[in-house]
Design a protein around this ligand. Structure first.
Ligand code: FAD
Ligand code: NAP
Length: 336
């Protein structure tokens, strides 16, 4: 690796981990909850704010980390429900500026029942409701929830934010960490809070590419559009998979859209300051990896095994993608 690339590898902050373990969750209080999709969407996604003041989580979480929620009750085997993780959608200084109130972007898991394992009745198509997502979305301000965390130490903004330019790529609720990160880069702590004094708006180049099935599924859309209008260094792209392909950004997945705008991304991605962050559906990283490699932009973001020398990115097999293609320290990936 060249010296040039080495000096521009991001240095990451130390992230506190598992201050509240899943074995001993702590009480926290929902402070507000609101729908955060754009319109009359068939999917229900809520922005849920939770006061963790007085718990070990207070002031100790970072944008990009997750926290756990332990729903009450027991599972089908009579065991207490297990913890579920949710991405923190707030900046590290919290919704309140004091690191007491964190937020997340939670999507209700609602579906018809489908067979999950051999032996499941294929004719059972009753209503399936995910336990924790619906528990969390049902909560009102003032309700108590049991939380754990924080978790995750790599999907973070670098220590020196000004040393880098950013390409954030989300699908669906994968937008959550980017709300917190972009808040830190462009909005900053509320006036009057201690963290505000040292904060300066980022002058880095920041691009967000957000993919959803329909326009009405876009999350925090007005907020991002408002920031893009106010900050010339921030560009917000929406990519809608299930609407007409006649319009740019429609009828496409995020990587296909990025293919079309690659020349506008090139200065950031080919430069020594570029970082790329991918969050959302498992599998979305494959298209982005191929797109980067096809355009000669992969070197800084992907480490390829020599077995792939001379193999066109579109010909990489699933096995090669799993074992022979790895993200470098300049490519942060959080998919599941
Ligand atoms: P569960 O009750 O756990 O049900 C899900 C399980 O039910 C599946 O695993 C599957 O086995 C089964 N199932 C699914 N569909 C059906 C069906 N149709 N019929 C029968 N069985 C079915 N989610 C968010 O909304 N926002 C976030 O920010 C977020 N961040 C995350 C961060 C990380 C690091 C991780 C790992 C996960 C994150 N999740 C997030 C997902 C979240 O943790 C939960 O998995 C999700 O909310 C579903 O949990 P649940 O309890 O509602 O569903
Ligand atoms: P959603 O609203 O359904 O949006 C997902 C979008 O991605 C759709 O437009 C979908 O298109 C498209 N898509 C499907 N396959 C793709 C591929 N291979 N490459 C690129 N785009 C693709 O999303 P959601 O229901 O919120 O789900 C988001 C996912 O993110 C979930 O799996 C969630 O668990 C995960 N998530 C992860 C984290 C994390 O790891 N920290 C945090 C939050 C969410 P079509 O549906 O039209 O095919």
């Amino acid at each position: 690796m060249s010296d040039h690339a080495t000096v521009n590898e991001p240095s990451m902050p130390e992230a506190a981990m598992h201050l509240v373990p899943p074995t001993a969750p702590t009480d926290a209080v929902v402070t507000s909850t609101s729908l955060c999709t754009k319109g009359k969407s068939a999917s229900v996604v809520r922005h849920v704010c939770i006061d963790v003041g007085g718990t070990p989580l207070e002031g100790r979480f970072l944008a990009g980390q997750s926290f756990g929620v332990v729903p009450p009750g027991t599972d089908a085997n009579g065991k207490p429900h297990k913890v579920r993780l949710y991405s923190i959608a707030s900046p590290g200084y919290g919704e309140d500026g004091h690191g007491r109130v964190l937020s997340t972007t939670v999507k209700r898991l609602i579906d018809e029942r489908k067979p999950q394992r051999p032996g499941d009745d294929p004719d059972d198509h009753g209503l399936f409701l995910g336990v924790c997502s619906n528990f969390l979305c049902d909560r009102k301000a003032g309700d108590v929830v049991q939380v754990t965390g924080p978790a995750g130490k790599r999907f973070l903004l670098p220590t020196d934010r000004q040393a880098h330019d950013y390409v954030f790529v989300a699908t669906g609720t994968g937008i959550a960490p980017f709300r917190g990160m972009i808040h830190e880069l462009l909005v900053g702590p509320p006036e009057g809070t201690p963290a505000r004094a040292a904060w300066r708006p980022s002058t880095s180049s920041i691009t967000l590419v957000m993919g959803t099935p329909y326009t009405t599924d876009l999350i925090y859309d007005e907020w991002f559009a408002g920031l893009a209008a106010a900050h010339p260094n921030f560009t917000y792209h929406t990519v809608i998979s299930r609407e007409s392909a006649a319009t740019p950004g429609r009828g496409a997945y995020v990587h296909q859209y990025m293919d079309g705008i690659v020349e506008s991304l090139r200065p950031t991605l080919a430069g020594p300051r570029g970082l790329i962050y991918l969050c959302g559906l498992s599998g979305m990283q494959v298209g982005v990896y191929r797109m980067l490699a096809r355009h000669g932009l992969g070197d800084q973001y992907l480490s390829l095994h020599e077995e792939l020398d001379g193999v066109a990115p579109d010909a990489w097999t699933d096995d090669q993608l799993r074992r022979r293609v790895h993200a470098t320290r300049r490519c942060m990936v959080e998919v599941y």
